[in-house]
Design a binder for this molecule. Structure first.
Ligand SMILES: Nc1ncnc2c1ncn2[C@@H]1O[C@H](COP(=O)(O)OP(=O)(O)OP(=O)(O)O)[C@@H](O)[C@H]1O
Length: 260
Protein backbone atom coordinates (compact mmCIF):
# COMPACT_ATOMS: atom_id res chain seq x y z
CA UNK A 1 0.00 0.00 0.00
CA UNK A 2 1.26 3.49 -0.83
CA UNK A 3 1.89 5.89 2.04
CA UNK A 4 -0.16 9.09 1.62
CA UNK A 5 1.91 12.15 0.77
CA UNK A 6 0.66 13.97 3.88
CA UNK A 7 2.11 11.19 6.07
CA UNK A 8 5.38 11.13 4.14
CA UNK A 9 5.87 14.83 4.78
CA UNK A 10 5.63 14.26 8.52
CA UNK A 11 8.05 11.32 8.58
CA UNK A 12 11.64 12.16 9.55
CA UNK A 13 13.84 12.18 6.48
CA UNK A 14 16.80 9.81 6.47
CA UNK A 15 19.93 11.89 6.87
CA UNK A 16 22.97 11.20 4.71
CA UNK A 17 25.49 9.10 6.65
CA UNK A 18 28.36 11.25 7.92
CA UNK A 19 31.51 10.62 5.88
CA UNK A 20 34.13 8.60 7.72
CA UNK A 21 36.92 10.65 9.25
CA UNK A 22 40.28 9.33 8.07
CA UNK A 23 42.40 11.94 9.85
CA UNK A 24 41.77 14.04 12.94
CA UNK A 25 44.17 16.58 14.32
CA UNK A 26 42.78 17.61 17.67
CA UNK A 27 44.11 20.64 19.51
CA UNK A 28 47.73 19.91 18.60
CA UNK A 29 50.58 22.06 19.87
CA UNK A 30 54.23 21.96 18.89
CA UNK A 31 57.01 24.30 19.97
CA UNK A 32 60.74 24.50 19.37
CA UNK A 33 62.04 26.34 22.44
CA UNK A 34 60.25 29.70 22.48
CA UNK A 35 58.99 29.23 18.94
CA UNK A 36 55.37 28.14 19.45
CA UNK A 37 54.58 26.88 15.95
CA UNK A 38 51.30 25.00 16.45
CA UNK A 39 49.08 26.32 19.25
CA UNK A 40 46.04 24.11 19.51
CA UNK A 41 45.57 23.38 15.82
CA UNK A 42 42.64 21.18 14.81
CA UNK A 43 41.57 19.71 11.49
CA UNK A 44 39.40 16.88 10.20
CA UNK A 45 39.77 15.04 6.88
CA UNK A 46 36.92 12.85 5.60
CA UNK A 47 37.15 9.88 3.25
CA UNK A 48 37.28 11.02 -0.36
CA UNK A 49 37.89 14.66 0.54
CA UNK A 50 40.66 17.04 -0.55
CA UNK A 51 41.60 19.56 2.13
CA UNK A 52 44.18 22.28 1.52
CA UNK A 53 46.14 23.79 4.40
CA UNK A 54 46.99 27.34 3.51
CA UNK A 55 49.44 29.35 5.56
CA UNK A 56 52.28 31.82 5.16
CA UNK A 57 55.86 30.68 4.89
CA UNK A 58 57.03 29.54 8.31
CA UNK A 59 53.50 29.17 9.68
CA UNK A 60 54.03 25.49 10.49
CA UNK A 61 52.56 23.55 7.55
CA UNK A 62 55.53 21.19 7.22
CA UNK A 63 55.68 20.75 11.00
CA UNK A 64 52.02 19.76 10.89
CA UNK A 65 52.65 17.13 8.20
CA UNK A 66 55.65 15.77 10.12
CA UNK A 67 53.52 15.44 13.26
CA UNK A 68 50.81 13.63 11.23
CA UNK A 69 53.20 11.00 9.91
CA UNK A 70 54.96 10.63 13.25
CA UNK A 71 58.28 12.18 12.21
CA UNK A 72 57.89 14.79 14.96
CA UNK A 73 56.09 14.20 18.25
CA UNK A 74 53.35 16.71 19.10
CA UNK A 75 53.76 18.36 22.53
CA UNK A 76 50.04 18.25 23.24
CA UNK A 77 46.80 17.21 21.56
CA UNK A 78 45.98 14.09 19.61
CA UNK A 79 46.45 12.96 16.02
CA UNK A 80 44.50 9.96 14.73
CA UNK A 81 45.20 8.54 11.27
CA UNK A 82 42.77 5.91 9.99
CA UNK A 83 41.52 5.51 13.55
CA UNK A 84 44.98 4.99 15.07
CA UNK A 85 46.49 7.34 17.63
CA UNK A 86 49.88 8.18 16.06
CA UNK A 87 51.59 8.88 19.42
CA UNK A 88 50.67 5.41 20.70
CA UNK A 89 52.19 3.45 17.79
CA UNK A 90 55.49 1.63 18.00
CA UNK A 91 57.99 1.69 15.13
CA UNK A 92 56.51 -1.29 13.25
CA UNK A 93 52.91 -0.13 13.61
CA UNK A 94 53.91 3.34 12.41
CA UNK A 95 55.65 1.78 9.41
CA UNK A 96 52.51 -0.22 8.51
CA UNK A 97 50.39 2.91 8.85
CA UNK A 98 52.76 4.86 6.59
CA UNK A 99 52.11 2.31 3.82
CA UNK A 100 48.51 3.56 3.83
CA UNK A 101 49.51 7.21 3.82
CA UNK A 102 51.23 8.33 0.64
CA UNK A 103 53.51 11.33 0.88
CA UNK A 104 54.41 13.38 -2.16
CA UNK A 105 57.54 15.34 -1.27
CA UNK A 106 58.15 18.78 -2.71
CA UNK A 107 61.47 17.47 -4.02
CA UNK A 108 59.81 14.28 -5.41
CA UNK A 109 62.56 12.26 -3.65
CA UNK A 110 63.14 9.94 -6.62
CA UNK A 111 66.31 7.84 -6.72
CA UNK A 112 68.37 9.28 -9.58
CA UNK A 113 70.36 6.12 -10.22
CA UNK A 114 67.25 3.94 -10.54
CA UNK A 115 64.94 3.70 -13.53
CA UNK A 116 61.34 4.81 -13.17
CA UNK A 117 60.32 1.18 -12.87
CA UNK A 118 62.86 0.53 -10.09
CA UNK A 119 61.70 3.68 -8.28
CA UNK A 120 58.13 2.35 -8.35
CA UNK A 121 59.15 -1.14 -7.23
CA UNK A 122 61.02 0.24 -4.24
CA UNK A 123 58.00 0.97 -1.96
CA UNK A 124 56.23 -2.21 -3.13
CA UNK A 125 59.14 -4.39 -2.07
CA UNK A 126 59.76 -2.42 1.10
CA UNK A 127 56.21 -3.09 2.25
CA UNK A 128 56.02 -6.61 0.75
CA UNK A 129 52.92 -5.70 -1.19
CA UNK A 130 53.48 -7.53 -4.48
CA UNK A 131 53.65 -11.27 -4.98
CA UNK A 132 55.97 -12.15 -7.82
CA UNK A 133 57.18 -10.45 -11.00
CA UNK A 134 53.86 -10.69 -12.88
CA UNK A 135 51.96 -8.82 -10.17
CA UNK A 136 54.79 -6.29 -9.83
CA UNK A 137 54.68 -5.66 -13.59
CA UNK A 138 50.92 -5.17 -13.52
CA UNK A 139 51.10 -2.74 -10.58
CA UNK A 140 53.89 -0.70 -12.18
CA UNK A 141 51.99 -0.55 -15.47
CA UNK A 142 48.76 0.53 -13.74
CA UNK A 143 50.51 3.22 -11.66
CA UNK A 144 52.25 4.63 -14.75
CA UNK A 145 49.01 4.57 -16.74
CA UNK A 146 47.32 6.45 -13.89
CA UNK A 147 49.71 9.35 -14.48
CA UNK A 148 49.75 8.98 -18.29
CA UNK A 149 53.42 8.00 -18.42
CA UNK A 150 53.25 4.37 -19.46
CA UNK A 151 56.23 4.75 -21.82
CA UNK A 152 58.76 5.92 -19.20
CA UNK A 153 59.36 2.70 -17.22
CA UNK A 154 62.96 2.21 -18.37
CA UNK A 155 63.96 5.89 -18.26
CA UNK A 156 66.00 7.59 -15.55
CA UNK A 157 64.54 10.53 -13.59
CA UNK A 158 67.18 12.84 -15.12
CA UNK A 159 65.70 12.16 -18.57
CA UNK A 160 62.28 13.48 -17.50
CA UNK A 161 60.90 17.02 -17.25
CA UNK A 162 59.96 18.51 -13.86
CA UNK A 163 56.27 17.84 -14.47
CA UNK A 164 56.99 14.24 -15.48
CA UNK A 165 59.10 13.70 -12.36
CA UNK A 166 56.22 14.98 -10.25
CA UNK A 167 53.90 12.49 -12.00
CA UNK A 168 56.33 9.63 -11.40
CA UNK A 169 56.57 10.59 -7.73
CA UNK A 170 52.78 10.48 -7.60
CA UNK A 171 52.77 7.08 -9.37
CA UNK A 172 55.21 5.79 -6.74
CA UNK A 173 52.77 6.95 -4.06
CA UNK A 174 49.73 5.49 -5.87
CA UNK A 175 51.28 2.07 -6.33
CA UNK A 176 50.67 1.39 -2.61
CA UNK A 177 46.96 2.29 -3.04
CA UNK A 178 47.06 4.72 -0.10
CA UNK A 179 43.90 5.76 1.73
CA UNK A 180 45.35 9.21 2.33
CA UNK A 181 47.84 11.23 0.27
CA UNK A 182 49.78 14.12 1.77
CA UNK A 183 50.96 16.55 -0.89
CA UNK A 184 53.68 19.03 0.05
CA UNK A 185 53.56 22.01 -2.35
CA UNK A 186 52.76 19.80 -5.37
CA UNK A 187 53.05 22.56 -7.98
CA UNK A 188 56.07 24.49 -6.67
CA UNK A 189 58.73 25.02 -9.32
CA UNK A 190 56.48 24.07 -12.23
CA UNK A 191 55.40 26.38 -15.06
CA UNK A 192 51.71 27.46 -14.92
CA UNK A 193 50.54 24.99 -17.59
CA UNK A 194 52.28 22.01 -15.99
CA UNK A 195 51.12 23.17 -12.55
CA UNK A 196 47.52 23.13 -13.80
CA UNK A 197 48.01 19.62 -15.22
CA UNK A 198 49.26 18.39 -11.84
CA UNK A 199 46.28 20.01 -10.10
CA UNK A 200 43.91 18.18 -12.49
CA UNK A 201 45.80 14.96 -11.86
CA UNK A 202 45.29 15.39 -8.10
CA UNK A 203 41.54 15.66 -8.78
CA UNK A 204 41.62 12.64 -11.15
CA UNK A 205 43.32 10.51 -8.49
CA UNK A 206 40.75 11.57 -5.89
CA UNK A 207 37.88 10.65 -8.18
CA UNK A 208 39.34 7.39 -9.46
CA UNK A 209 40.49 5.96 -6.12
CA UNK A 210 38.30 7.89 -3.68
CA UNK A 211 41.44 8.81 -1.77
CA UNK A 212 41.53 11.58 0.81
CA UNK A 213 44.23 14.20 0.50
CA UNK A 214 45.79 16.85 2.67
CA UNK A 215 47.51 19.34 0.43
CA UNK A 216 49.90 22.10 1.40
CA UNK A 217 50.04 24.78 -1.21
CA UNK A 218 50.70 28.47 -1.79
CA UNK A 219 49.59 28.24 -5.41
CA UNK A 220 46.08 29.73 -5.35
CA UNK A 221 45.24 28.29 -8.77
CA UNK A 222 46.09 24.85 -7.44
CA UNK A 223 44.07 25.53 -4.27
CA UNK A 224 41.05 26.59 -6.33
CA UNK A 225 41.25 23.49 -8.54
CA UNK A 226 41.91 20.80 -5.94
CA UNK A 227 40.29 21.90 -2.67
CA UNK A 228 36.95 20.68 -1.42
CA UNK A 229 37.76 22.64 1.73
CA UNK A 230 40.49 25.06 2.73
CA UNK A 231 41.89 25.40 6.25
CA UNK A 232 43.80 28.56 7.05
CA UNK A 233 46.72 28.12 9.45
CA UNK A 234 47.46 31.43 11.14
CA UNK A 235 49.31 31.93 14.44
CA UNK A 236 49.41 28.17 15.00
CA UNK A 237 45.64 27.73 14.89
CA UNK A 238 42.90 27.04 12.39
CA UNK A 239 41.96 30.67 11.78
CA UNK A 240 39.25 30.04 9.17
CA UNK A 241 37.94 27.23 7.04
CA UNK A 242 35.50 26.81 4.20
CA UNK A 243 35.34 26.22 0.48
CA UNK A 244 37.63 28.26 -1.75
CA UNK A 245 34.67 30.43 -2.76
CA UNK A 246 33.58 31.01 0.82
CA UNK A 247 37.04 32.08 1.93
CA UNK A 248 37.60 34.18 -1.20
CA UNK A 249 34.49 36.20 -0.21
CA UNK A 250 35.64 36.58 3.42
CA UNK A 251 36.56 40.20 4.16
CA UNK A 252 38.65 39.46 7.28
CA UNK A 253 42.09 40.93 6.41
CA UNK A 254 43.99 37.81 7.54
CA UNK A 255 41.87 35.70 5.19
CA UNK A 256 41.58 38.21 2.39
CA UNK A 257 45.34 38.65 1.95
CA UNK A 258 45.63 35.09 0.60
CA UNK A 259 43.04 35.78 -2.09
CA UNK A 260 43.96 39.37 -2.99
N1 LIG B 1 63.23 20.59 13.52
C1 LIG B 1 63.03 21.89 13.83
N2 LIG B 1 63.72 22.48 14.83
C2 LIG B 1 63.52 23.76 15.15
N3 LIG B 1 62.64 24.57 14.52
C3 LIG B 1 61.92 24.04 13.53
C4 LIG B 1 62.09 22.68 13.12
N4 LIG B 1 61.24 22.44 12.08
C5 LIG B 1 60.59 23.60 11.85
N5 LIG B 1 60.99 24.56 12.71
C6 LIG B 1 60.46 25.93 12.77
O1 LIG B 1 59.05 25.86 12.75
C7 LIG B 1 58.51 26.96 12.03
C8 LIG B 1 57.56 26.43 10.96
O2 LIG B 1 58.30 25.77 9.97
P1 LIG B 1 57.62 25.00 8.75
O3 LIG B 1 58.73 24.41 7.94
O4 LIG B 1 56.57 24.09 9.25
O5 LIG B 1 56.93 26.19 7.96
P2 LIG B 1 56.08 26.13 6.61
O6 LIG B 1 54.75 26.73 6.92
O7 LIG B 1 56.09 24.73 6.09
O8 LIG B 1 56.92 27.10 5.69
P3 LIG B 1 57.21 27.09 4.10
O9 LIG B 1 55.91 27.43 3.46
O10 LIG B 1 58.22 28.17 3.93
O11 LIG B 1 57.71 25.72 3.75
C9 LIG B 1 59.68 27.74 11.48
O12 LIG B 1 59.91 28.85 12.34
C10 LIG B 1 60.84 26.76 11.57
O13 LIG B 1 62.05 27.43 11.77
Amino acid sequence: MLTPASVLQEMPRPTAPAAEMVLTVDNVSKSFGDNHVLRGFSLVLHRGENVVVLGKSGSGKSVLIKCIIGLLPADAGRIAVLGQDVAALDHDALDRLRAKVGFLFQSNALYDSMTVRENLLFPLRRHWLAHGPAEEDALVRQALDDVDLGHTAEMLPAELSGGMRKRIALARTLILRPDIILYDEPTTGLDPVTAREISHLIRDVQQKYHTSALIISHDMNCVRLVADRVVLLVDGRCYAEGTYKELARNSDPKVHEFFA
